[in-house]
Design a protein. Structure first.
Length: 301
């Protein structure tokens, strides 16, 4: 045996480590321990039990005494201790000097990913039809990976009795804003008038990203209506154009997030949108706007 604690053994010119062999040279190999069972065991412990998953997510808030965990999760002390011991054996949880339960460094990472995963499932299942029936290609991969940030969003959809509910909500969000960052694949004169009011009367900062087609529509209005020329040159207004089809619409204010998507045929769906006032959704929206801002060019009219 070598000095590697017995993990490596030599055999006929090979180095054996666990149950998998890694060739490192002519006649030499290293056998590595098969980690599959370890991965499956940790996954089972962390994700396949409501109680253990609840403990990990609860401890993300900070260390807790047994009584706090027991009361928060609605279980007996015996049941909680059994789960904590299982998590402890996997080096996910330990007891500190005060006998409180704390996440290990590995436990912190796993608890974070579990939270993200649970949040993602929540938003995808809560608005299942919305996600299934729309084109998600306009959401960059790094933000799809954070889709759980929208878990506290609600769906606004037109109904037979409220035919323009989504449109009305969109206007209400703009009218109540103290700042606006928008991504718009569509043009509507009413929207432009609201933006003018925000820029000229309320003096709030507005930054819009539009397609070249929408830009052409704006230019057409400016050429025929002198009143719009002034507000487009205000210092608190910025306009950017992107040379690609946009499959999303975003209105992001200081307090509200609004997201619309195109359908699978490429047509923007005016009838449904997600809105939220949650800080995580607002942060997600700012990242989305920044992504498209980098792909756009400033427009001077």
């Amino acid at each position: 045996m070598t000095a590697w604690g017995g993990l490596i053994a030599e055999r006929e010119g090979e180095i054996i480590m666990g149950s998998e062999e890694l060739k490192v040279g002519k006649g030499i190999g290293i056998k590595r321990k098969n980690k599959r069972s370890d991965i499956e065991n940790t996954l089972r412990l962390a994700a396949c039990s409501d109680l253990r998953r609840g403990i990990l997510i609860s401890l993300r808030e900070g260390k807790k005494a047994l009584s706090e965990l027991r009361d928060a999760l609605g279980v007996s002390s015996t049941t909680a201790i059994h789960a904590l011991r299982e998590l402890g054996r996997e080096n996910l949880v330990f007891q500190d000097n005060d006998r409180d339960y704390v996440l290990t460094k590995i436990g912190e990472v796993i608890a974070l990913k579990l939270t993200d995963f649970v949040d993602a499932i929540e938003v995808l299942k809560k608005h299942e039809d919305f996600w299934l029936e729309h084109d998600l290609s306009g959401i960059p991969p790094h933000l799809l990976a954070k889709i759980g940030a929208l878990s506290n969003s609600i769906l606004i959809a037109d109904t037979p009795t409220e035919f323009f509910k989504s449109h009305t909500t969109f206007l209400q969000i703009l009218e109540a804003a103290n700042e606006v960052r928008g991504i718009y694949p569509f043009f509507h004169l009413e929207y432009l008038k609201v933006i003018e009011e925000l820029v000229k009367r309320k003096r709030i900062d507005v930054e819009l990203i539009v397609t070249n087609e929408v830009l052409d529509n704006i230019v057409g209005v400016v050429e025929t209506e002198e009143a719009f020329k002034q507000f487009l040159h205000e210092p608190n207004f910025a306009l950017f154009a992107i040379d690609e089809d946009l499959r999303i619409a975003l209105s992001l204010t200081d307090s509200v997030f609004y997201l619309g998507l195109s359908d699978d045929n490429g047509a923007y769906d005016y009838s449904r949108a997600l809105i939220s006032d949650d800080k995580k959704a607002l942060s997600w929206g700012r990242e989305l706007h920044a992504h498209y801002r980098q792909l756009s060019e400033a427009v001077v009219l």
